[in-house]
Design a protein. Sequence first.
Length: 267
Amino acid sequence: MFPQPLLIIAGQEIHWYGVWIAIGILACFAVLFFFGKKKGLSAKLVDFIFYAGIIAICGGFGSAALFQAFYNYLATGTFYFGGITFIGGLIGGVVIFLLLYIFWGKKYGKISEITALAPSCILIAHGFGRIGCFFAGCCYGMETDGPLGIFTPAIGKTVVPTNLYEAIFLFILFGVLTFLYLKKSGKFNLDIYLIAYGVFRFLIEYLRGDYRGDFVPGLSPSQFWSILMIVAGIVLILLKTVYPKYFKAKVEAWWSEKRKKNKDEDK
């Protein structure tokens, strides 16, 4: 939207996109510390989330760039680095964070304490990041003559402001999940986030105007990952509700019988 730099400091250009990304990251950690204190999370767990989060964010940016390079290959036939993609960054960041939790973080608290709070942290950062996309003129929608179209100098067209639509949705979802976390248990917050964002992202892709190649015919890369997010959210809900009530005892009994049988065979 504003391709010219906001400031030039020591020869380095500072753009609005970077400013909004920085605001989003700061807001993410502000939510972590404020909500963590309000819900009484242990200081050691909050500190672990903070430091692991920094590592995951750095790794997530690398993953986002790598995913975008692959999308560039799908769209143009050439693998080159240029731009980043949120879902690619989310996947990489989550994998890194989970590995850090498995090897170092389990002693500080339960994963359920993290998954109840993490969606709010991600949403607030992502929301400000999408405002940054608006200023950068990326993640734009299809060309339009409608009254809600916005002229984007970066591409020289009036387009549907899908980046702003997404920012509004993310802030609304942040409000909903924050209420559930602070007023309820937040047990299903991660599941709701995966399903709600997956559905929204799948649908808004039909308004996007920046072609990024196809994973499967008729689906953009983000739509492909959105489907997986929705499925993952549904599976998590079933594991938390249906599985304990109807299947947990049967599975435990099956494993117990299997272990007993193995011991008898070893004698």
